[in-house]
Design a protein around this ligand. Structure first.
Ligand code: ZN
Length: 144
């Protein structure tokens, strides 16, 4: 995992080359926003596709919807998991009500469902609401 990574800026989608050791502090060369912050990203189709195609960080996506009670209950746990997994893993959310095509494309049958991607390929999937510790442990295990 050492060396240079291609990191897509989640703000402007410019691709930056960043040394692993500097990832936590790195900002985009184009827009100066953080490249791998601990905040959960709100993903629409174009941003999700860009991350899957051009970003070297693993990406954990929470497929959720505003009407889903367990999804809303899990939101603080997902945010905490994002803080604990940064900067080596990105966490993002797809609102399947606003983006129904994305839920269908990834075969999401129930929500919340967590899908973990590495190098643009799904490497793990977990359904149902989970506490932050479970999300972190499962993610690190799936990436091992
Ligand atoms: Zn940028």
């Amino acid at each position: 995992m050492q060396g240079m990574k291609h990191i897509l800026c989640p703000t402007c989608t410019a691709v930056n080359r960043v040394d692993d050791a500097r990832l936590a502090q790195a900002v985009c060369g184009k827009c100066a926003k953080p490249l791998a912050g601990a905040q959960v990203l709100h993903l629409d189709g174009p941003l999700l596709d860009a991350l899957l195609a051009k970003d070297d960080l693993p990406l954990l996506v929470d497929f959720w919807a505003p009407w889903c009670g367990p999804c809303k209950m899990m939101a603080p746990a997902f945010e905490e998991a994002a803080r604990r997994l940064a900067p080596g893993v990105r966490l993002g959310k797809v609102d399947t009500e606003a983006n129904p095509a994305l839920g269908a494309r990834f075969g999401v049958q129930s929500i919340p469902t967590l899908v973990l991607f590495r190098n643009g390929v799904e490497v793990g999937r977990l359904s149902g609401a989970r506490p932050a510790g479970d999300i972190v442990t499962w993610t690190l295990g799936a990436l091992r």
